[in-house]
Ligand binder design. Structure first.
Ligand code: AP5
Length: 214
């Protein structure tokens, strides 16, 4: 099964993708995570992407499309994948359709996590993740069961993202409304867009998603 999760920064795409990944035995493909890993390894892609990401803008379509196309061909995507953060522009959505036809694949569900922008700044500025396994947490909204210890792998090291400050979040929200909103329209016209209430507690959002993907 192949799924696209849509929604603005902080909507809960990553949080829910991690849960669906475990439940459905399919893989989360986060373009943001892929880019952050390129930035940490100081690769050519990382050097190109770093400044754009820190300003809250979008990295070039060509780079992102090539990165996703190569990733989908990997063995671990055979069971299916959850696209988290892609497509983000109309050009990316059209390129995705063409690449899926070429690969003999299709998207089964496009789901928008619907939220209020005002709450997103708080969600994002309090967010952190496990340095070892990447599990996501929040200072007030989603704490580990034992303070300072990752629920998933037991590590006691955590990190914050460079672009998770209030100013950049507002720019990311702007980019979303200007460049990604048309992508929602693209899927609405194809009649495959569904929505869930992302303002509900995390477990309830998960239940809503499960009732769509079965
Ligand atoms: P990316 O990493 O994709 O960031 P984003 O889209 O801004 O989304 P986030 O990861 O910030 O939010 P999320 O929806 O995953 O929320 P989360 O689950 O963590 O992209 C980063 C940058 O990379 C972009 O700005 C761009 O520059 C570049 N980029 C990436 N893809 C690109 C592309 N395709 N094209 C061009 N450029 C690209 O949740 C947030 C917090 O809220 C967490 O702490 C969580 O615990 C909490 N939370 C989640 N759900 C709930 C809930 N229901 N109730 C209460 N708290 C909740």
């Amino acid at each position: 099964m192949n799924i696209i999760l849509m929604g603005p920064p902080g909507a809960g795409k990553g949080t829910q993708a991690q849960r669906l990944e475990n439940k459905l035995d399919i893989i989360q493909l986060s373009t943001g995570d892929m880019l952050r890993s390129e930035v940490s390894s100081e690769s050519d892609i990382g050097l190109e992407a770093k400044e754009v990401m820190n300003s809250g803008g979008l990295v070039s379509d060509e780079l992102i499309i090539a990165m996703i196309s190569m990733r989908i061909d990997k063995e671990d995507c055979q069971n299916g994948f959850i696209l988290d953060g892609f497509p983000r522009t109309s050009l990316q959505a059209e390129a995705l359709d063409s690449m899926l036809i070429e690969k003999g694949l299709k998207i089964d569900h496009v789901i928008e996590i619907e939220v209020d922008d005002e709450a997103m700044v708080n969600r994002i500025t309090g967010r952190y993740s496990c340095s070892s396994c990447g599990a996501g947490y929040h200072e007030t909204l989603q704490k580990p069961k034992v303070e300072g210890i990752c629920d998933n792998c037991g590590s006691n090291e955590f990190k914050y993202r460079d672009d998770d400050n209030a100013e950049t979040v507002r720019e990311r929200l702007n980019s979303y409304h200007q460049q990604t909103a048309p992508v929602l329209e693209y899927y609405r016209e194809k009649d495959i867009l569904k929505g869930v209430n992302g303002m509900a507690p995390i477990n309830q959002v998960e239940d809503q998603l499960e009732s769509i993907v079965g």
